[in-house]
Design a protein around this ligand. Structure first.
Ligand code: ZN
Length: 381
């Protein structure tokens, strides 16, 4: 939601990426720890030097991030076990999340995936918090004990907050899976969980504002209110998302496919550009001299070129090659196509026949147009 961010690497086979907004919040937390939490004379017999408070704050932040990662890896592990591809684990302004490509298709998987994260946070919280107490009594350096204690404390808060049954927080997903088991009806469960989610989200926003104003803890209050706001909008969207997912699984590539115009890759771009723009043609299949489809030419890409450039270049200079390994068949269901597009960050995939020849391409826009055309049928189901 805040742009693309940058990759941090791979952990246990899952890609991890951070959003730029996450850097902002990381710096804010380090400042909060150094200037507020550790800079408290009640904690110390003799106040440590300022540089040491900052070092403590940075180390605390690093350990905290590692524990957040454990929470997300737990979700990702159970998702993968349930056969749901995880696109990546992304850290953003409001925390981290394991980006699953689709919703679980049974309540037991949904329950395991959603509850695993908060359980790990709670376990980490208990272990860190109490070992900090024990180590302090045993005479370990207070600096280390305070770091462990804060990480333990914040993990307990994280577990508690995530268990609030406001969909799509972990607790809300767990609630949905329980109603799903009870009613054997995903649609009902989704609607009920989303309604509870909206009510509780408003509660979270109000709590955040009251907390911020009453304790002057602006950072905490503001964050809580933002989480409430995001939870509210996600709870509202989730019902529609499910209907969409079910519709996608019913229809196949052949239904959404459009007849496309074909053009040789060595043709002058200016010859086709006019047709595209005036004739409202979005996509051309681009073929080589053997009439094999090798790429696609999209109106959006042509429009980006300056007019003088369009006069000069050939079709192949502006065409986009496709990932052959992502080819789909006429019988492939649209849910699998959208999941693959989403997972691989592409908007167009080649369509192959049984002999492995590309016969057409399927664009994300075509899928959306098709779903709109059958919207009436989807809504009745
Ligand atoms: Zn979680």
């Amino acid at each position: 939601m805040f742009g693309k961010g940058f990759p941090l690497g791979t952990m246990f086979g899952f890609k991890v990426r951070a959003d730029w907004s996450w850097i902002f919040i990381a710096v804010l937390i380090i400042w909060f720890l150094a200037a507020q939490v550790f800079n408290n004379s009640a904690l110390w017999d003799t106040m440590p030097p300022v540089w040491l408070l900052w070092v403590m704050a940075i180390i605390t932040m690093l350990i905290f991030c590692a524990t957040v990662m454990v929470h997300e890896l737990a979700h990702a592990y159970f998702a993968k076990k349930a056969g749901i591809p995880v696109k990546n684990i992304s850290m953003t302004f409001v925390g981290a999340s394991a980006q699953m490509i689709r919703e679980p298709d049974n309540p037991i998987d949904e329950f395991k995936i959603s509850i695993s994260g908060p359980l790990f946070s709670a376990a980490i919280g208990v272990v860190f918090y109490f070992s900090a107490q024990l180590l302090a009594e045993a005479g370990l350096a207070l600096e280390i004990c305070y770091i462990l204690r804060w990480v333990g404390f914040i993990n307990l808060i994280m577990a508690a907050l995530n268990l609030v049954p406001a969909f799509p927080l972990d607790g809300g997903r767990a609630l949905r899976s329980i109603i799903w088991v009870a009613t054997k009806d995903f649609k009902k469960a989704s609607k009920a969980a989303s309604a509870v989610g909206r009510v509780l989200s408003v509660g979270i926003i109000i709590c955040g504002l009251i907390w911020g104003f009453s304790t002057q803890n602006w950072l905490g209050g503001f964050m809580l209110a933002i989480i409430g706001f995001i939870t509210y909008t996600s709870a509202t969207n989730s019902t529609g998302q499910y209907a969409m997912q079910r519709a996608l699984s019913i229809y196949t590539v052949s239904q959404a496919l459009k007849m496309m115009h074909q053009i040789n890759q060595n043709a002058q771009l200016s010859d086709v550009a006019r047709n595209m723009i005036q004739g409202g043609i979005n996509t051309y299949l681009v073929s080589n001299d053997q009439e094999e489809i090798v790429a696609v030419l999209e109106a959006d890409d042509v429009k980006k070129l300056p007019l003088a450039k369009i006069q000069e270049v050939k079709v192949k200079d502006c065409a986009k090659s496709m990932r052959q390994d992502l080819a789909v068949y006429l019988q492939t269901n649209l849910l699998a196509v959208v999941q693959s597009m989403n997972f691989n960050d592409v908007t167009v995939v080649p369509v192959e026949n049984e002999q492995g020849q590309i016969i057409n391409v399927l664009h994300m826009d075509d899928i959306i147009i098709y779903l709109n055309s059958v919207k009436h049928t989807i809504e009745q189901n």
